[in-house]
Design a protein around this ligand. Sequence first.
Ligand code: SF4
Ligand code: SF4
Length: 377
Amino acid sequence: MIYKEFKDKKLSALGLGAMRLPVIDGNDAVIDEEKTAQMVAYSMAQGINYYDTAYGYHSGNSEIVMGKVLKNYPRDSFYLASKFPGYDLSNMDKVEEIFENQLKKCQVEYFDFYLFHNVCEMNIDQYLDEKYGIFDYLIKQKKNGRIKHLGFSAHGNYDTMKRFLEAYGEYMEFGQIQLNYLDWTFQQAKSKVELLTEYQIPVWVMEPLRGGKLASLSEENTAKLKELRPDEGVPAWAFRFLQSIPEVTVTLSGMSSFEQLKENIHTFEEEKVLSENEMKTILDIAAQMIRTTALPCTACHYCTSHCPQELDIPALLALYNEHCSTEGGFIAPMAMMAYAEEKKPSACVGCRSCEAVCPQQVKISEAMEDFAKRLKA
Ligand code: SF4
Ligand code: SF4
C-alpha cells in the first residue's frame, strides 16, 4: 500500500468509501454486514487505514455498520471520517444533535476526519449563515478533540467552492472533490485542485471512476490504453491518473464487492505515474467522450444579454451536459434547487434570440426544453 504524509499521520493513498457497501436483495438500506466485515478485514490486512462514511449513506445505516465492524479493531489502527449532512437543509439547525448521534452510531469518542458534506449551490448560504452555528460548533469539537481534522466535500461549482473557501478556507485541513480524468476539464476539477492549492489544502478524491463510468471504455479506447500499458486494466488507468496529480492525498473508492476491492488494492501497491504521452492519451479519450455526450458551450456568455428571461444559459448548459453525460444523477437536480422557478430551464420561451449570437451554434432552446423534461422525469 502506498502511504501519504498528512500532518502527523500516514494515510493509505486508497481509502474505503462506505457509500456503496454490499447490500442484501438489492435494498440499499440493508447492508450485508458479513460481507462488509470481510471487506474491512481484508482492507486492514492490506494496509488501508482510511474509512469514509457519512450520516446519510445507505439510509443512515453505513455509520452504524461501519461502527460495528470497526469496533473489532484498536481505535488507533484506523482513521474514521464522517460528515455533517448539510445536503438536507432541514438538518442545518441540528448540528449538535446530529454530531452526538453520529459518534454514538459509529461507537467512537472522536472522528479522525469530519467534513461539511457536499458544499454546493443549494446549501452554501446556509453553511455560511452564522445563525445555524455549524462552523462554530465544529470548530469547538475540534478544540475539544472530538474532531481531529476538519474539512469539506464539494459537488458544487467552482464559484461556490471559492465562496466557501473565502469564508472558511484557513480552517479547512482537506478538501474532498469529484476528480477523475473525465471531470478534469468537464467539472472544472483541474481549476478546483488549483484553488485548493492556493489555500494549501490537500486534495481528497471521490468518484475516481465517476460512479463506474470509467471502469470500462469503448473497444477502441481500451485498445489504445492496452497498447501503452499491456498489463494495466481500464479501471487502473483512472487511479494512475490520480497518482499523477501531486496534490492528491487520499483517493476514496466506494467498493461494493471483494473483487473490486482486491483489484483496487493491487493498483495501489505501487505508484505508476503517467508519462506525458500517457496523460495526453487519457485526456484525449476524456475529451472525445465529452464531445460525444456534451454540447460545446464555451461559457463565453455572448448569449446571456439576449435572453428575455435572463436565464444563466452557460450555467444551465453546464448542468445539462453533466446530467446527460451521467444519464441522470443527482448533481443537476441538486443544483437546480438553488434556482428560482423563473430561472430554471422550464422558463425558456423558445424565442431563440440566444442562438442567433452563439458562436458555437448550440441549439439552446432545444436543450432547455429537453433539460426541463429530464428534470421532471
Ligand atoms: S430561447 Fe430560451 S434561453 Fe434562449 S433567449 Fe429565448 S428564452 Fe432565453
Ligand atoms: S453563446 Fe453559446 S457558447 Fe457562449 S455561453 Fe451562450 S451557449 Fe455557450
